[in-house]
Design a protein around this ligand. Structure first.
Ligand code: PDD
Length: 284
């Protein structure tokens, strides 16, 4: 059975889900996206994702393709039509179609596509085993705070990790970790303090990052938002990543060096549990 996909107001079978070759998302990566997770058929932290969608659109001077209310009702309908209980819903807003020209067209009609993906989010093996990461140079553009579909550098980073037999890559710029290929990066130092890069143009302001940091603050765990090095990560007590499709995953090695005792740490494990409880509570 093929999936049902949303394309510009229509629900169609995936083999009929098509957009124009002149779409600026295709030609220039002139498009932005969001990924919201789904647990028990409920959208998780979707409000935050829509808020960030608007921020990305505003930064690029792009009109919204639909109102939030229309986007949410299309998301809910798509979940229903695909009977999705656990996984993710991908949403992409593009500038729309126009004759190929570098200058941004003023009058194009923005497009919107969405599709679902089934995923084991609750109990994937990475939660029990942790993941290995390798460090790679961060070769991306300088507006990583905008969630555009210009993802080739991240795709290459992830492939470098796979080639090295690792699960993911942490990108490094001027000696400091920026973030993971598709997630935010955290370490826990010897004193138990959580360190993660501060927000700015260098990283994506992760919705899961922000929810997890709210829990860290309410738990009175020490926190410092600043850049950290791979050398600091290697001697950290724990490390972990956050994203919509991982929630919190422990990182157990970096560049072949075990972190802590090489097992998922208690802080990452607890933050994952509390995040899941509170996020499910928010979605209900
Ligand atoms: N990626 N940093 C980058 C570069 C990302 O691509 C992502 C998310 C994050 C985490 O953001 P959030 O917590 O809002 O998911 C950080 C999504 C999951 C993706 O591209 O599939």
């Amino acid at each position: 059975m093929s999936r049902t996909v949303y394309v510009n107001g229509e629900f169609v079978a995936e083999e009929n889900a098509k957009i124009s070759v002149f779409d600026r998302g295709f030609l220039f990566a002139d498009s932005v996206y969001e990924v919201s997770s789904v647990l028990d058929g409920q959208l998780i932290d979707n409000e935050g994702h829509l808020k960030r969608l608007h921020r990305s659109l505003t930064e690029l001077g792009m009109r919204a393709p639909a109102s939030d209310a229309d986007i949410v009702s299309a998301q809910v309908e798509l979940l229903k039509r695909n009977n999705l209980q656990e996984g993710a819903i991908y949403l992409q807003a593009t500038r729309g179609t126009a004759e190929r020209d570098f200058a941004i067209p003023k009058d194009s009609t923005p497009g919107l596509v969405m599709f679902t993906q089934e995923k084991n989010l609750r109990n994937p093996p990475q939660v029990k085993n942790g993941i290995s990461v390798v460090s790679v140079p961060d070769i991306r553009w300088k507006r990583r705070d905008i969630k555009t579909t210009g993802l080739l550098a991240q795709s290459m980073a992830k492939q470098s990790a796979a080639d090295a037999g690792a699960d993911d890559a942490w990108m490094v710029e001027e000696g400091y970790v920026t973030e993971g290929s598709s997630n935010n990066a955290f370490i826990v130092d010897a004193s138990g303090k959580i360190i993660t890069r501060h927000l700015g143009n260098e990283i994506l302001p992760g919705i899961t990052r922000s929810a997890v940091l709210a829990l860290v603050k309410s738990d009175n765990i020490a926190l410092e938002e600043r850049p950290f090095t791979v050398a600091e990560a290697k001697v950290a007590q724990e490390a972990f990543i956050t994203s919509a499709t991982t929630f919190v995953w422990p990182v157990t090695s970096i560049d072949g060096t075990s972190i802590g005792d090489g097992k998922p740490g208690p802080i990452a494990t607890r933050l994952r549990e509390v995040y899941l409880q509170t996020a499910l509570g928010r979605s209900a």
